[in-house]
Design a protein around this ligand. Sequence first.
Ligand SMILES: [Zn+2]
Ligand SMILES: [Zn+2]
Length: 410
Amino acid sequence: MRVRVLGTGGFLNSGLRGNAFLVDGRLLVETPPDIVASLGAAGARAGAIEELFISHAHGDHVFGAPFLLFNAWKERGGGKGPRIVAARATRERILELAALAIRPGHPYVAWIRDECESVEAAPGTGFSFGPYEAECYPMFHELPTLGLGLRERGGLLFQYLPDTRWDERVGAYLSLGARLAVCDLNGTGGDRSVHMGAEDLEERLDELVPAGTRLLGTHLSGPMEARRGRVEFAREGMTFRIAADGVVGADMAAPLPDGALIREALVADAELIARQRAAMFVDMGSKDLEDVERMRVAAEREIARGLKDGSYRAWLAEAGGEVVAGGGVIVAPFQPTPTDPALRRAWIVNVYVAPEWRARGFAHALMRVMVAWCREQGFGAVSLHASEAGRPIYEELGFSRTNEMRLALG
Ligand SMILES: [Zn+2]
Ligand SMILES: [Zn+2]
């Protein structure tokens, strides 16, 4: 199973895409107002959606449905529409909204009514999505709201627990031990909140959530630190592969647009890496382009030498057959300390993403590859110099400021 986080935002939010998830590219969970754009950003199309699950009739979950369905209708040229799985009131809301969005007699409204099979979801009713058996969980919210679980051969792979206040029964759902569970954490916690909060879970985490479950908070009011205490939050673009044997795919948290890949650099890439390095300095404010050009020429020689003898390792991200981002690790001899007995140290340098590919997870994905490589090589630590733009990514990955000082000698 492949689950992609299309958005993590709630009703009130500071600019996040609306909370929605795409399973195997064909099952769409929730239709927030911006769903058509979110699908587009993930390289998916409305017409490819075979099934829809909508948890309840609040606007941040259904207001995108008329637009999703209109685009699906156009793309498919009529014919059979996606199957809509929702509580009865939610489905009625979708038909009302579609009629309001255009006009009651429009053929696409009739198409939704006649060609989109409707499954009335309720706790205890069994239905399936492709190869998965589904189950529903009643949530504790202002409107009747349903959570969703997907099982394969009995094993609970994915669980979505939408809008709810904290209740012991939510704890019981989490105890079922899904491999990946995403849970409403929009609130501040406590019994009177409409939404659960990280506070509700933090103290109960060990007791409630089995060790094999990766739990992510979603339906957020703004970008969250990756973790607050021990609770982890979902981020747009995260992609998980969930296997039957219960493993949440190896750090697929590094999201890349579909079709993009990361490869290790070859000596022949030295010229390209030097150009990325030059662009990085210009981005950081280097004004004297002659200085930058001199640096680029010298850097290319040094990068080629390092790639050849292994004192420099680099990785490049490619999308659409083109290199769009990169980063590398300088390895140099160093004297041991009592806490770090290694005789060499590692520095991450040249982290660069081409402007048109920014904010799509490339820097994050490259950093994870490089940090994993350093760990594998047995380094006790890895250092870098952060630009202002890069600092949040590095902090999210666990980097902290050091006590290093510097004296300019120029
Ligand atoms: Zn709601
Ligand atoms: Zn909501």
